[in-house]
Ligand binder design. Structure first.
Ligand SMILES: *Cc1c(COP(=O)(O)O)cnc(C)c1O
Length: 360
């Protein structure tokens, strides 16, 4: 198999051992004579697959027993709506931190159901930093405080969990969940679309503290109610069975390589290869404040933007794909999710050095 190095921001690179195992099991899962995607979601086989996925996720993140794990659909984008629908108390305000395009989208959706207090924004730095905690104007009566732990487009990441006092903390972790150990007990709700660090698009993981269930208005559509989804063990309707199965294989892979402490060590090591390059040259520039730089998504620009198409073409010819930056930021973006091998980043850095020698 001749695989490219895929630096896509999402859907992102998958671990090769997972793809290989899925290929072996594709048409006959464990000798049962049928594929996972052909199984009834109520069958003993699939229930075992779903329970396995949840158990492995619980073990990886050390999820306390008073949290429910839901496997839903609709992506992180549906969670932008479901969070306020489920957690906003009647008439109350909700707090949001504005650190980039994904938190903006969450804010826009929350505004549809009532008042939103933006506690702080990094718009004035073009979203290249995280506003200092001391300057956040939090509302102690807010139903929750929402933030985005890793801004996939801007390349800005929280390297600590912010303090929200008694107010439940809600986090969109779509692009950095499972990239490092996490203290789940600090949160009310964690959610993440799967297609960056978990598995195929189509499943969304929601981890919710059980005292936050059952707050949705009775008029809420059943599919959008966390309590209904928890009550039915994420099988209120047909769940995304294939995506849940692959997610379970990804969790197995993470566990086998040493869990979240080891993947964090690897992620830091990979990202530093790139960040050290930026510090050693004027030719490449990363716009993000050093202390807020993401280990998952690394945006950078070339000294001369006219060279961008040539850079991308040459990288592509060497088997490095999807390096074009988001249209709103320009330049390049290298996404280094869990499944990106160190060899991919080494190849990129070597190419960048060599490109600079010819054009710098
Ligand atoms: C990709 C992404 C989303 C959107 O996810 P969908 O599954 O497409 O809805 C939301 N938030 C963050 C941080 C993301 O990286």
């Amino acid at each position: 198999m001749n695989r490219v190095f895929n630096f896509s921001a999402g859907p992102g690179v998958m671990p090769e051992p997972v793809l290989e195992r899925a290929a072996v099991e594709m048409s006959s899962w464990r000798g049962r004579g049928l594929s996972v995607m052909e199984m009834s979601h109520r069958s003993d086989e699939f229930i075992e697959i779903a329970q396995h996925a949840e158990a492995r996720l619980r073990a990886l993140l050390a999820i306390p027993s008073n949290y429910r794990v839901l496997f839903l659909q609709g992506g992180a984008t549906l969670q932008f709506a479901m969070v306020p629908i489920n957690l906003r108390r009647a008439g109350a305000s909700v707090d949001y931190l504005d650190t980039g395009q994904w938190s903006r989208k969450a804010i826009d959706e929350a505004r549809k159901s009532g008042p939103v207090n933006v506690v702080a924004s990094s718009a004035d730095t073009k979203f290249t930093s995280i506003p200092a905690r001391a300057g956040w104007r939090c509302d102690p009566a807010a139903s929750y405080l929402h933030y985005t732990s890793n801004e996939t487009i801007g390349g800005v990441q929280f390297h600590h969990v912010p303090d929200s006092g008694q107010v439940p903390l809600v986090c969109d972790m779509s692009s950095d969940i499972l990239s490092k150990p996490l203290d789940v007990a600090r949160f009310g709700v964690i959610y993440a679309g799967a297609q960056k660090n978990i598995g195929p698009a189509g499943v969304t993981v929601v981890i919710v503290r059980d005292d936050l269930l059952g707050r949705a208005d009775p008029s809420t559509p059943a599919m959008l109610d966390y309590a209904v989804q928890a009550q039915s063990e994420s099988m209120f309707n047909t769940p995304p069975t294939w995506a849940i199965y692959i997610a379970g294989l990804v969790f197995d892979w993470l566990e086998a390589l040493g869990g979240l402490a080891e993947i964090e060590r690897r992620n830091r090591d990979k990202a530093m290869l790139l960040y050290e390059l930026f510090d050693a040259t004027e030719f490449y520039r990363c716009p993000v404040a050093v202390e807020d730089r993401s280990l998952m998504n690394v945006p950078f620009t070339l000294g001369d933007a006219k060279l961008d198409p040539l850079f991308l073409d040459e990288a592509q010819a060497l088997g490095m794909q999807q390096l074009k930056g988001h249209r709103s930021v320009g330049g390049m973006r290298a996404s280094l999710y869990n499944a990106m091998p160190r060899a991919g980043v080494e190849a990129l850095v070597q190419f960048m050095r060599e490109f600079e020698r010819r054009h710098g």
